[in-house]
Design a protein. Structure first.
Length: 450
């Protein structure tokens, strides 16, 4: 039962009680959203000694965790199984159980609408679910990437609809996720965790919570600053990738290899950080997050022209790849309509099984619209899932003796497990967007960089 907001327990007593339970590892941690961000957090808090409940509306994920199996390729099922069997990990789709948690971490999607405006519906619905179970003394932390101000302007009012007040009855903070799926050098545990609270007690408690499970916590002055940190990180990458994508097109017209230019430039020991061109941006952050900032900036009468231009450059890259392929086919006396084409890699990055916002999806759709017969090969994605903006009914083909049937192949994702030399020995034309053929000679194929 909720404590009446008319007679709240002193905030220092609530905070002290929660802080002590965090130190004792008796605080129960609830994680909402068991995807690429939430599931690693669940396992790290469990490893840190905390009892954990994972929440998700997808019953298949809940059932998988309870069965001790993994649905994310780079996450070891053994870790899940050990946590469940140890009795300190449970998963559920029953959001009424949020009242059991002492700390609640929100790790839900923040996509864009078709008009490229923020879609906060997942955050809003989640906040409403928390509000229905919120009790005094709980800590709520938003991890979903969003524009500065979301925690206070969107989450806080919903949590307080029942009369509880932040820094008096409950605590609220923002801590941006910094996941890099498939990166063997950095993990959820080792990547520094930025934390910003809506107030001082919230900040202190959120910092204490994450210190109990992760190697390093960086506390900033407010939730807004923490939200802005994530936007800066992803905008920095988006803008620099746009720069090298534009240079790629420019240097190609000058018959200059942009990859060779970048490799030479990176020998400078100061003032230069290498970024690499590609077929477009993918993933759940870089193609999306900068547009959250541009949308919010308009509220202040500002135009983020630099960011918007970078977005235009990056979103134009799939069409550039298709044009390069069409031109290369034409040079061989072939046309796009009726051509048999093989797309190598549909994941948004190498060595992961994640197709969110992958440029491969748009490339495939454009090729099909131009009349080509398209297959794909991806060792990590046997079947293309149905997505909000893409409904492509294809499954991965094997790289076997039938390779010779293709008129051309397009390297979209540079998975390590693909035998690129076997492709080059059988396919006459390869459009390489990732420089996988670099300085290596191809057995048969003509290599065109794009």
């Amino acid at each position: 039962m909720l404590r009446s907001a008319e007679m709240p327990e002193p905030v220092h007593e609530l905070a002290t009680r929660l802080e002590k339970s965090i130190e004792a590892r008796t605080a129960k941690v609830g994680v909402i959203g068991l995807g690429y961000v939430g599931l690693p957090l669940v396992l790290e808090f469990n490893r840190g000694g905390f009892p954990v409940i994972g929440f998700d509306i997808d019953q298949r994920k809940v059932d998988a965790i309870r069965a001790g199996t993994s649905y994310i390729a780079h996450i070891d099922a053994g870790r899940i199984r050990a946590a469940v069997q140890g009795g300190r990990l449970d998963a559920t789709s029953d959001f009424r159980r949020l009242a059991e948690a002492d700390a609640i971490l929100i790790c839900v999607p923040t996509p864009l609408t078709p008009q490229r405006e923020p879609d906060l519906s997942y955050i809003e619905r989640t906040a409403d679910s928390i509000a229905a179970a919120l009790r005094p003394g709980q800590l709520v932390v938003l991890e979903s990437t969003t524009y500065p101000g979301t925690t206070e302007e969107v989450v806080q009012p919903r949590l307080e609809a029942g009369g509880l007040r932040v820094e008096r009855d409950y605590f609220l903070a923002f801590s941006p996720e910094r996941e890099d799926p498939g990166n063997p050098e950095h993990s959820t545990r080792s990547i520094p965790k930025v934390v910003g609270g809506v107030g001082p007690a919230s900040a202190r408690l959120a910092e204490a919570l994450y210190r109990g499970a992760l190697d390093r916590v960086v506390r900033v002055s407010s939730a807004r600053v923490a939200e802005a940190v994530k936007i800066l990180e992803n905008t920095y990458r988006a803008v620099n990738i746009a720069l090298v994508n534009e240079l790629k097109v420019t240097f190609d017209a000058m018959d200059i290899d942009v990859w060779e230019v970048i490799e030479a430039a990176r020998t400078k020991p100061f003032g230069f950080a290498p970024f690499y061109p590609g077929p477009g941006l993918g993933g759940h952050c870089i193609p999306i997050d900068p547009f959250y900032l541009t949308w919010k900036a308009r509220e202040y009468g500002l135009s983020t022209r630099f960011i918007e231009l970078a977005g235009e450059v990056n979103t134009a890259m799939p069409a550039h790849v298709v044009r390069r392929l069409a031109a290369a086919l034409n040079e061989d006396g072939k046309c796009m309509r009726g051509a048999r084409l093989l797309v190598l890699g549909v994941a948004y990055k190498k060595n992961v099984a994640d197709v969110r916002e992958s440029p491969a999806l748009e490339i495939i759709e454009k090729l099909q619209a131009d009349g080509a017969h398209v297959d794909y090969h991806d060792p990590h994605i046997p079947l293309l899932p149905k997505m909000r903006r893409h409904q492509i009914e294809l499954s991965s083909v094997s790289l076997d003796s039938k390779l010779g049937q293709y008129d051309a192949a397009v390297v979209v994702t540079d998975h390590a497990a693909v035998d690129y030399q076997a492709v080059a020995a059988a396919v006459p034309l390869i459009v390489d967007t990732r420089n996988v053929y670099g300085g290596r000679p191809a057995a048969r194929a003509r290599i065109v960089k794009a």
